[in-house]
Design a protein around this ligand. Structure first.
Ligand code: NIG
Ligand code: FE
Length: 418
């Protein structure tokens, strides 16, 4: 049980509510629902009232609450980082150096590095070691204003280690203030023992791993790395359909390195989100938007891979719902920096400040099918709130690459101050 608090935040120069309970598509992404001189009341961890400070203080007695004076500060919903791989053993700093010297991610993967390197270290790590490093990473995320995070397995690639990763996340969901949404990603790479026997490995995922994960109720989502040389569209479809049959929601790493048809598959299956999308086709994106699939873009990964950025401007102009996430992982992008992500999304990907805010709040929540409980400052949602050092959300891209989060509130309790 997480602790829940009673709190009033008052005098916010901008209360950026991001009000809504579902993904915002296209032009809707500019609507932030700002209340000037705003206030919010949280009772027992849940948002009870939202309005101007004058309205709120007429109705609610400050004595009964912890009071935060947000004079001169912008107040926003806690950020939702809807795509990460934060539980892993070991690091891959050597590979990053090779990349700086010109080798590509896929070249490194093909010569036996990449994901399987982290698999080795994650198999070797004890649960306690994984918990301890993951805990540190969650604390760092919290300091950037993240209050809900998604985490994937996929550095085990055998039943035992996949379960170990998922169990670590469940343990941390109980012990850490962060809300953690778990995703099973056994189809992240083919492990050495199944080299040249991918079909057999897909069978293991479908017939052994997925049923066991479902039985233990260990993952809300199933995700697949659908990519040339990793898992084909057909293999991805088979795995995702099996996961759905077992009651899981779906995500997909789609069209990251080449255009393979991952976006089309996401639309066909009606996944909750499709992620990366660097090379997604116009038609695939259109089908996704029509089906209500959230386009989750991961700017720091493209940046660290020196790949071209996803076409955020095109997507929003053509009616997509864009979410932004860090993809924090030990390989393609070892960073959980929200300020760097915002800088890239706005300066290089053509998003404006309003769209970037929507993309890390309500649309991030929608990418996790959680837009009814987090991602906005609305009555009935969790009291997950971020206060900035500055009076406007516009400082998020403007104070480029700098963490301007001052206070982080989770379930109505002040959990972090910078
Ligand atoms: O989202 N693309 C596949 N998976 C991760 C990378 C994982 C790794 O390199 O360890 C990603 O980029
Ligand atoms: Fe990823």
């Amino acid at each position: 049980m997480k602790t829940r608090g009673n709190m009033i935040i008052k005098n916010a120069s901008e209360l950026v509510t991001c009000s809504g309970s579902k993904a915002k598509f296209g032009k809707e992404m500019r609507e932030l629902g700002i209340i000037k001189d705003g206030a919010v009341v949280v009772e027992d961890g849940i948002i009870k009232a939202v309005g101007t400070t004058e309205e709120i203080l007429k109705k609610y007695k400050e004595d009964n609450y912890e009071v935060i004076d947000a004079k001169g500060k912008a107040v926003l919903p806690g950020f939702v980082d809807s795509h990460t791989h934060f539980v892993f053993g070991g690091y891959r700093q050597e590979e990053f150096s090779w990349r700086l010297n010109g080798e590509s991610y896929m070249e490194i993967m093909n010569k036996g590095g990449g994901i399987v390197n982290s698999v080795r270290a994650t198999r070797e790590a004890s649960k306690e070691e994984l918990i301890s490093s993951a805990e540190d990473r969650l604390n760092s995320m919290l300091s950037f204003g993240v209050t809900t995070v998604e985490g994937k397995s996929g550095y085990g690639l055998d039943l035992e280690t996949e379960l170990k990763q998922l169990e670590v996340m469940h343990y941390l969901q109980k012990t850490h203030v962060m809300d953690i949404i778990t995703t099973f990603m056994g189809a992240h790479a083919t492990p050495g023992e199944y080299k040249d026997k991918k079909e057999e490995f897909v069978n293991v995922i479908c017939e052994e791993m997925l049923p066991e994960v479902a039985k233990g109720n260990l993952a809300e989502f199933c995700d697949v790395f659908c990519e040339k040389g990793v898992f084909s569209v057909e293999e991805s479809r088979r795995i995702l359909l099996k996961a759905r049959e077992l009651g899981m929601k779906l995500k997909i790493h789609a069209d990251e390195i080449v255009q393979l048809g991952g976006a089309e598959l996401a639309a066909e299956l009606g996944t909750i989100s499709a992620d990366h999308l660097l090379h997604a086709s116009d038609n695939g994106l259109k089908e996704m938007a029509n089906k209500g699939v959230v386009s989750t873009l991961l700017p720091t990964t493209a940046f660290c891979l020196k790949e071209p950025f996803a076409r955020a401007r095109y997507m929003i102009d053509n009616g997509s719902a864009v979410a932004l996430a860090t993809d924090f992982n030990p390989g393609s992008g070892f960073t959980n920096s929200i300020p760097l992500m915002i800088a890239l999304a706005t300066i290089y990907m053509g998003m404006n400040a309003e769209e970037a805010v929507t993309a890390i709040t309500i649309n991030g929540a929608a990418a996790l099918d959680k837009a009814d409980s987090v991602g906005s400052i609305d009555v009935g949602k969790k009291g997950d709130i971020v206060m900035l050092k500055y009076p406007s959300y516009k400082f998020l891209p403007y104070h480029t690459g700098v963490n301007i989060v001052e206070k982080v509130i989770k379930n109505g309790i002040l959990v972090h101050q910078n």
